[in-house]
Design a protein around this ligand. Structure first.
Ligand code: F6R
Length: 610
């Protein structure tokens, strides 16, 4: 969601800005722009549409200059258009701003600035920031930004430049991610690491309410009171290739192929030679684990679906009550937080606005927060009491795949560790679970072989023109059905819903008619017979049933019109495997329909606004 890049140095800044913005395309956007200090002029170029439109324009009419800011905008206030695209500048063109986030009091500020003679040319909330900084400008851009911040309410990451301060870029972070890349004789600002990784691995991760003065030869960071803040340099330990397609047609398919490795990377360092789980890095005491009265899981989208798997698994194996809530709902109810409740907050990005708000709310009420996130240094990782990383590597495609399966793995590790410490899982079972978990990466790889993929491609080719699809499942299979359905709708635009199979007769069955595609997830042995009844019910109404199931499910295999088999594992771990065919099915449906898989319409990778 929106991307910021800033550069100050000897290079042609538009090259760096465009290159950086192209690495942030995955975040989702609908227009792009740059502002560059060129001699004593501020040049602004911005275009609705893909980055290429802006790039082509800059080829036709290049802008010279070694200091600039760039932006990809995902529209919130005002439709996608050239005028609403960032950067926004003052009428004099002295000051230019790019912004991620939302200014909640922008109408009030707009009225105020109107009384001071400012006029507005866009419908955005961002334009008020440029005018507000101008309003407070008395010779120092840095000081004017600090003053303006006192009036701004909401979430924002900003990059600001001024003609009158040609030697520094100002960067601000409040509830929206921003990093500083440290080079030699040049420095960078960006919303995310991939934007600057081609130039440097040394990064400052700004904290909320910090302001950075970024010059060619150095960076100074201050808190909102103007007091200098020291930052440790964060060294990025992954390569540019990890954030590139590496020969695959899309990031999504590359990331599905990376699942076996991501699972291994997440698991192996946490299993000792003796076959024990080692969560030392988590640093949660046995006393704390024993005292847990209730677990509350809060997340959005795919991460929420991972949480739902955990609810079924934890309640079954640990006998601890587990509540689960969607973050945007949690934050507006009046939750009761007990002193011994453990909150598990799951977020690939660690920056999702609703998830962060829910986490802070729970924390304020005294909850202990355990974060599961993929992004080292993310807001979630910094504010939680305990952090467990999914070591999945950067996930670029909007549709989450390897982050989901590694989130599940982390949740299973927690289940086993908690079960052992609390005496809910005995030693023999514990050892058997670990042996089986160690086999999971190889089993995941079996689903991504050429033959399996060919079968799923054929199936996608056959079904990609349907208008509606319904996913069915019970218990853990229902959690996977929800995730499979989300994946399909977000990247193929096929209308899709998931139902608990037992709920069919209470309404959804009215939707089934001749040739309706019903995708049934059936991996839970004790529920096979129940699922068989549901398959019979929908087939009796004309449905075409595609079952994702295992060798053991003979009856289901006989009944379904089409089956995709997944390798056997313990029932409790099946979601890690059964979800992969749903990811592949969604991917190939999207490709068949000619959709931009990695950047589906209206969606953003990291949803940093409410
Ligand atoms: C779906 C998807 C989204 C995210 C959701 C939460 O494929 O990616 O549903 O899961 O926006 O994002 P994070 O996990 O970054 O908090």
């Amino acid at each position: 969601m929106c991307g910021i890049v800033g550069y100050i140095g000897e290079k042609k800044s538009t090259d760096v800005l465009l290159d950086g913005l192209s690495k942030l395309e995955y975040r989702g956007y609908d227009s792009a722009g740059v502002a560059v200090l060129s001699g004593d002029k501020m040049e602004i170029r911005k275009k609705k549409g893909r980055l290429k439109v802006l790039g082509d324009d800059l080829i036709k009419m290049p802008i010279e200059g070694g200091m600039g800011i760039g932006h990809t905008r995902w529209a919130t206030h005002g439709a996608p258009s050239d005028e609403n695209a960032h950067p926004h500048a003052t009428a004099s063109g002295d000051i230019a701003v790019v912004h991620n986030g939302i200014i909640e009091n922008y109408m009030k500020l707009k009225d105020y600035l109107g009384t001071k003679g400012y006029t507005f040319v866009s419908q955005t909330d961002t334009e008020v920031i440029a005018h507000l900084i101008d309003h407070y400008y008395e010779g120092s851009l840095y000081e004017a930004v600090q003053e303006a911040m006192k009036r701004l309410e909401g979430s924002y990451a900003l990059a600001v430049i001024s003609k009158k301060d040609p030697d520094e870029l100002i960067a601000v972070r409040k509830d929206s991610p921003l990093i500083i890349g440290l080079g030699e004789g040049e420095n960078f600002i960006a919303s995310d690491i991939p934007a600057i990784l081609a130039y440097t691995r040394n990064v400052y991760l700004l904290n909320d309410d910090e302001v950075a003065r970024v010059r060619k030869d150095g960076v100074d960071v201050f808190d909102k009171y103007g007091i200098p803040v020291q930052h440790d340099i964060f060294k990025v330990d992954w390569d540019v290739e990890a954030a590139e397609k590496g020969g695959y047609q899309h990031f999504m398919i590359k990331e599905i192929h990376e699942e076996p490795k991501a699972l291994k990377d997440t698991l192996s360092p946490r299993i000792t030679k003796e076959g024990e789980i080692d969560l030392k890095n988590l640093d949660i005491s046995h006393r704390k684990i024993k005292n847990i009265q209730k677990i509350v899981i809060v997340a959005c989208g795919t991460a929420y679906h991972a949480g739902l798997v955990a609810k079924y698994a934890f309640e079954e194996k640990l006998r601890i009550p587990v509540e689960i809530d969607i973050a945007s709902e949690y934050r507006y109810r009046n939750p009761i937080v007990g002193p011994d409740d453990l909150y598990i907050i799951i977020s690939q990005s660690g920056e999702t606005a609703d998830t962060m708000a829910a986490m802070r709310m729970a924390k304020k009420e005294g909850a202990q927060i355990l974060a599961i996130t993929n992004v080292v240094g993310s807001t979630l990782s910094r504010e939680a009491d305990y952090v467990m990383y999914t070591w999945a590597g950067p996930e670029i495609a909007v549709a989450s795949t390897k982050a989901y399966t590694t989130q599940l793995l982390c949740l299973y590790l927690l289940m086993l560790e908690f079960g052992k410490v609390r005496g809910a899982i005995d030693e023999l079972d514990y050892a058997a679970y670990i042996t089986e978990l160690k086999a999971i990466p190889a089993k995941a790889a079996e689903i991504i072989t050429e033959d399996s993929i060919k079968q799923i491609m054929k199936s996608a080719h056959k079904h990609c023109t349907v208008e509606d699809t319904y996913f069915l499942g019970r218990n853990l299979d229902y959690a996977v059905a929800l995730e499979g359905s989300l994946k399909l709708k977000e990247i193929s635009y096929i209308h899709s819903e998931a139902f608990p199979a037992g709920e069919l007769k209470h309404g959804p069955i009215a939707l089934i008619e001749d040739n309706t595609l019903v995708i049934t997830i059936a991996t839970q042995e004790r529920l096979f017979e129940k699922t068989v009844s549901n398959i019979k019910e929908v087939k009796a109404r004309g449905a075409y049933v595609l079952a994702i199931t295992t060798e053991k499910a003979d009856l289901i295999r006989d009944l379904a019109d089409e089956i995709i088999l997944v390798p056997e594992t313990m029932n409790i771990f099946m979601p890690i495997l059964s979800v992969i065919p749903t990811q592949l099915f969604a991917y190939y449906c999207s490709v068949e329909r000619g959709i931009d898989v990695d950047k589906p319409r209206n969606l953003a990778k990291s949803v940093t606004v409410e």
